[in-house]
Design a protein around this ligand. Structure first.
Ligand code: GTP
Ligand code: MG
Length: 89
C-alpha cells in the first residue's frame, strides 16, 4: 500500500539542524528526473525546483515528509534528500 502524504516541506540544507529520521536520498546523473521524482512522490508540483537544463540542483536539499499512518489518526516522518546530478550529463 502506498502511504498518503500528510505534508511535505523544505527542511534546509544543513544536516546537523535536523533530527535523526529515516531518509531516502535521490542520486543519479544530472537532468535524469531526481527532483521531479520527489515532487511526484509527495504529490507536489514545485516543492523541489526542476529544470529542462541540467545542473538545476546545486545543493543537497532536505525535505521533511509526513506520511499518514494506518489507521490515519497519526503520522510518521521521514526525509527526502535531493542531491546534485552526478555525473554531469
Ligand atoms: N519525459 C520525462 N521527462 C521527465 C520525467 N521526469 C522528469 N522529466 C523532465 O526531465 C527534466 C529534468 O528534471 P529534474 O527533475 O530537474 O532532473 P534532476 O535529475 O533533478 O536534474 P539536476 O538537478 O540537474 O541533477 C525536466 O525537464 C523534467 O520535466 C519523466 O518521467 N519523463
Ligand atoms: Mg534536481
Amino acid at each position: 500500500m502506498i502511504p498518503k502524504i500528510r505534508d511535505a516541506q523544505y527542511a534546509g540544507t544543513v544536516y546537523n539542524t535536523l533530527p535523526s529520521l529515516p531518509q531516502v536520498a535521490f542520486a543519479g546523473r544530472s537532468n535524469v528526473g531526481k527532483s521531479s521524482l520527489i515532487n511526484a512522490l509527495v504529490n507536489r508540483k514545485a516543492l523541489v525546483k526542476t529544470s529542462k537544463q541540467p545542473g538545476k540542483t546545486r545543493n543537497i536539499n532536505f525535505f521533511k515528509v509526513d506520511l499518514w499512518a494506518c489507521p490515519p489518526c497519526t503520522w510518521w516522518t521521514c526525509r527526502a534528500t535531493g542531491t546534485p546530478g552526478c555525473p554531469w550529463a
